[in-house]
Every structure is written in structure tokens, then in C-alpha cells.
Design a protein around this ligand. Structure first.
Ligand SMILES: [Zn+2]
Length: 191
């Protein structure tokens, strides 16, 4: 029989074989029991393995890459970025982990309501980001969202006026009317 190592109550659970090699452990992120081979190598860490499994590590890596892409695109267009994974998670949670327009729960992407490519507006910030289905994010693209929404189903239009616009207006200390005027001005002044 091997050995079981626990630390800090049950937060760290590692199973070792008789030779003292790790056979499996509980991932510190997803809390699932996984085989040693499901953890990436990292010399210098306990048992030369990361404490989060490969699947969790890949998600973290993708999120970090996506944040970096947003920052790079904002900078390229002379716009600010204050985005972090925590801010993204807060935005997503406040939307109930759903697309703000369609209510879809799959394939959600960060949508910059005022496109970064316009080179004007709020950039990659809390005041300009919502979560939207990839499908709608692609459809909207670089268009003015106030024009684009008119071609969308009634339910999406209702969510646009009742949720998306008031949310972003509030985040920027604007009335909904001021927000619409601002977006339209950004559109007129786009690069
Ligand atoms: Zn995991």
C-alpha cells in the first residue's frame, strides 16, 4: 500500500507508491483526483509536478493569452486596458454566466462593445466589455452595436435595451441616452 499525504486539512491530497513516487493527487483547481501523468512536469515543485492538472493549466494559459491579446490590441489602437481575469470573471458572473443578449451559456467570448479597431472609446476596460456568444460576437464585429442590434431578434433587442445598455452606461457614469450618443460619436470618429 502506498502513502497518503495531506496538508492544510484536505486541500492538498497526494498519493504515493511504496517508492515514494506520486501516483495520483487531487488537482488544486478542479479538486478532482487525477493520475500523476495528468499533471505537467515542473522541476522544483513537489514531486516535480504542477499542483493543477493539465486540463486546468491549459484553461489558465488560454485565459492569460486572451487577456494579453486584448491588452495588445488596445495598445495597438492607442486605447486603455485594465482587464484582468478577475474583472472578466466578475463581468461574467454578473451576467449569470450567460450571453447578455441571447442567454446562451456555451461558447461565450469577451465582446468589446465599442470595437478596439475604431481606435476610440473605452478600450479593453470594465466599461466596455460584456460576455456574448461567439456567434453574436462575430456577427456584430466592428459594426456600431446600436445599428447592428436592429437586425436581431426581438428578445435580443429587449435584452440589449434592458440589460446591456443600462449596464455599460452605469459603468461609465452615463445615462442610457448619453451612452448611445457617445457610442455614435465614437463611430463617427473611428479610424
Ligand atoms: Zn484540474
Amino acid at each position: 500500500m502506498g502513502k497518503l499525504i495531506t496538508k492544510r486539512g484536505w486541500e492538498t491530497v497526494i498519493f504515493l507508491d511504496d517508492a515514494g513516487e506520486m501516483t495520483s493527487r487531487i488537482c488544486t483547481k478542479c479538486k478532482e483526483l487525477k493520475l500523476a501523468s495528468d499533471f505537467g512536469s515542473n522541476k522544483g515543485l513537489a514531486y516535480n509536478k504542477r499542483s493543477d492538472c493539465k486540463a486546468c493549466h491549459n484553461v489558465t494559459f488560454r485565459q492569460a493569452t486572451s487577456i494579453q491579446n486584448g491588452k495588445r490590441r488596445a495598445k495597438m489602437n492607442g486605447l486603455p486596458s485594465d482587464m484582468t481575469q478577475l474583472v472578466r470573471e466578475k463581468i461574467k458572473k454578473r451576467q449569470g454566466n450567460k450571453c447578455i443578449l441571447s442567454g446562451e451559456t456555451e461558447c461565450l467570448t469577451t465582446e468589446h462593445v465599442i470595437p478596439l479597431s475604431w481606435g476610440t472609446g473605452f478600450g479593453d476596460t470594465y466599461g466596455n466589455v460584456v460576455f456574448m456568444s461567439k456567434r453574436l460576437n462575430s456577427s456584430k464585429g466592428k459594426k456600431n452595436i446600436f445599428t447592428w442590434i436592429k437586425g436581431q431578434p426581438d428578445q435580443y433587442q429587449a435584452n440589449f435595451h434592458n440589460a446591456l445598455v443600462p449596464t455599460l452606461a452605469a459603468r461609465n457614469d452615463m445615462s442610457v441616452e448619453e451612452y448611445e450618443v457617445f457610442v455614435n460619436e465614437c463611430y463617427s470618429n473611428r479610424k
